[in-house]
Design a protein around this ligand. Structure first.
Ligand code: GLN
Length: 486
């Protein structure tokens, strides 16, 4: 028998509508699952099962009174960088390990309004800096498919939770690939929406011009449901774009024949992993079978994506993280003799090595005399990348490429070699640089049974097109139905 925790949000919503189950039953099933496997996976930083059950009871009461929105009573996990009133939000860092926000992030308010049941917050790389969830102050999350491997990062906990059945759906944030990479590594679906589509109010800032919140789910249908809750204008975020988002569920069964997909030569020429190559070829076959035509693209500036990102993101981070000084909130060093030492010891104790590396990089690149050489150059490269994509979308409706160059790597394999870790994001970073939406879908398994994702990229605010293509792909394939055995 299929357990409730194994089902998709869509299936659970239908069972709830028919009165076959209750939110309390679903939530209990997920909590039982968390109790059974969390020790092996470590998907959560702070799970809050009692509160979740209260929320589930409330959802059942609302339904009894006639409320009927689709996600009412569905359990969701958030990432540990999204503020929730009264719930510790540590951002995977010691410096925020005692921070309990007095307010809800807009996405959290939206989930509460929809009557969703919030299970708790998931593990992540410290301040979302990383690709493996290993830089978390709380220790790494393990990949449910192979516990010696990383779930990807930085939203590794959110992806692992959905993959392991510890949440029905979840949200993460994506600055350079942090939703799409863990989705790929954990065999689930994840989308980074267009910059400005989802409010960042209450999201702990890493690199503000790149950060974007997005959904994880077992299939594209679940992403559509969740996008309906997440995408909306928020006057509290000045970069939130005022526009009417479509109902993303209306395109789920729409045909895709006649659409054109671009294949960026620069991306495909970089492939040197046989399993990733095979998965990409198979994806092309499936889309071809759906009546899609392919065009070859050249996006020459994408090659400079990583170099430019590792100037821009650390610059913004060095500025955003200046606020953690032990004065206003968060950790404060216990022993100091003057104010300057208080700052120094607090930051020395509170931040981990990767965060310090980024702060130093960013501070150096922004310092007087270097600004033109680094930040300004990187900003120009960013514009060129955006123009590359703009030109590409004149020739195609969407772009297909890998999510990551390899299947999930081993824990410890890259943690001492930052450059190798940074290179993991070669296929995801350009999307953030241009502010575009990107979708990561399970595309098959490697020879040794590990998930490999495929990525679709669309023009700004064309999330619906990604959903349409992804749903069509999942009608023809069953990769999204594969589950790890834990
Ligand atoms: N791995 C990239 C970094 O470390 C991207 C992380 C993210 O998207 N938050 O910055």
């Amino acid at each position: 028998m299929t357990e409730l925790y194994e089902m998709t949000a869509w299936q659970l919503a239908e069972a709830l509508e028919k009165g076959h189950t209750s939110s309390v039953d679903i939530t209990r099933s997920v909590i039982k699952r968390i109790e059974a496997v969390e020790e092996l996976i470590h998907a959560y930083v702070t799970a809050a099962p009692e509160r979740a059950l209260e929320m589930a009871k409330e959802a059942d009461m609302k339904r009894a009174r006639g409320a009927s929105n689709k996600l009412l009573g569905i359990p969701i996990a958030i990432k540990d960088n999204m503020c929730m009133k009264g719930h510790r939000t540590s951002c995977g860092s010691r410096i925020l390990s005692n921070f309990v926000p007095p307010y809800d992030a807009t996405v959290v308010s939206a989930m509460k309004e929809a009557g969703m049941v919030i299970l708790g917050s998931c593990n992540m790389d410290e301040f979302a800096m990383g690709s493996s969830t290993e830089t978390s102050f709380w220790g790494p999350t393990r990949n449910p498919w192979d516990r010696d491997r990383t779930p990807g990062g930085s939203s590794g906990g959110s992806a692992a939770a959905v993959s392991a059945g510890e949440a029905v759906v979840s949200v993460g944030s994506d600055t350079g690939g942090s939703i799409r990479l863990p989705a790929s590594f954990c065999g689930v679906c994840g989308m980074k929406p267009t910059y400005g589509a989802v409010s960042r109010y209450g999201l702990v800032a890493y690199a503000s011009s790149l950060d974007q919140i997005g959904p994880f789910g077992k299939d594209v249908r679940d992403l559509a449901l969740l996008l309906n809750v997440l995408c909306r204008h928020d006057p509290k975020d000045s970069t939130s774009v005022p526009r009417q988002h479509p109902d993303f569920t209306t395109v789920l069964d729409a045909p895709v024949a006649g659409m054109k997909i671009g294949l960026p030569r620069e991306f495909f020429s970089k492939l040197d992993h046989p399993d990733v190559e095979r998965v990409m070829k198979e994806a092309q076959r499936v889309f071809h079978g759906l009546g899609i035509r392919f065009v070859e693209l050249s996006l020459p500036y994408l090659d400079y994506g990583i170099a430019a990102y590792y100037i821009i993101a650390p610059c913004e981070a060095s500025s955003n993280l200046a606020r953690y000084d032990g004065v206003k909130y968060g950790h404060r060093a216990a022993d100091f003799s003057n104010m300057i030492d208080m700052y120094r010891y607090t930051r020395a104790e509170g931040f981990g090595a990767e965060v310090k590396r980024r702060i130093m990089l960013g501070t150096y690149a922004l310092s007087s005399g270097y600004y033109d050489a680094y930040y300004l150059k990187a900003a120009k490269v960013r514009t060129l990348i955006t123009q590359d994509f703009k030109a590409a979308f004149k020739k195609c409706d969407a772009i297909l490429c890998p999510v990551a160059p390899t299947p999930p790597f081993k824990l410890g394999e890259k943690i001492d070699d930052p450059i190798q870790m940074y290179l993991t994001d070669v296929f995801t970073i350009p999307v953030n640089m241009a502010g575009l939406p990107g979708l990561s879908l399970p595309g098959g398994l490697s020879a040794d049974g590990l998930p490999i994702g495929i990525q679709l990229i669309a023009p700004h605010f064309e999330e619906a097109r990604l959903i349409q293509l992804g749903a069509a792909y999942q009608r023809e394939t069953d990769h999204h139905l594969a589950r790890p055995s834990i």
